[in-house]
Write a protein that binds this ligand. Structure first.
Ligand code: FES
Ligand code: FES
Length: 166
């Protein structure tokens, strides 16, 4: 099968390769680049485990071909911590608020939450649930994921996090 050259930035680093046009972005990231934070759960656009940020939008990377990301800026969970290793506020929040169990959904969930907070810096509980509705979690029941995103939003906005009464 013929190959095309595809160039993009992944977590700030320019990468370029000859790729068959049938290769999905998730496979390019994981198998060509060794960027294995985005997971494969379904490969049918349902679970969100493969979510990456592509040019400022949350994208399920099993849903597009690598060649469609030509020239794009891609952010994965690997690009969220600071260069000195300091966790991103959302990573800290998921740890503090126990927003994960097995962790399989977590890279996609955090990358999606990052975009959600860019779009809506102070989301309500319902807005968070709607915002992450494309990302499935089989373990947590979502409650602590919602709390983690609220915690991160509070920190970003410089306000004290107050847990809502259940
Ligand atoms: S692996 Fe892409 S949505 Fe499930
Ligand atoms: S923590 Fe296990 S799938 Fe979400």
């Amino acid at each position: 099968m013929s190959k095309s050259n595809v160039s993009m930035k992944v977590n700030g680093k320019a990468v370029s390769a000859e790729v068959e046009s049938r290769v999905l972005l998730i496979h390019y990231l994981r198998e060509n680049l060794g960027v294995t934070g985005p997971h494969i759960g379904c490969e049918t656009t349902h679970c969100g485990a493969c979510t990456v940020d592509l040019d400022g939008k949350s994208v399920k990377s099993c849903t597009i071909f690598a060649v469609q990301a030509e020239g794009a800026e891609v952010l994965t969970i690997e690009g969220m911590a600071a260069a000195d290793g300091k966790l991103h506020v959302l990573q800290e929040a998921f740890r503090e608020m126990h927003g994960l169990q097995c962790g399989y959904c977590t890279p996609g969930m955090i990358v999606r939450a990052h975009r959600l907070l860019q779009e809506n810096p102070a989301p309500t509980d319902a807005e968070i649930r709607m915002g992450i509705s494309g990302n499935l979690c089989r373990c947590t029941g979502y409650q602590n994921i919602v709390k983690a995103i609220q915690y991160a939003a509070a920190k970003i906005n410089g306000v004290e996090y107050k847990e809502a009464a259940e």
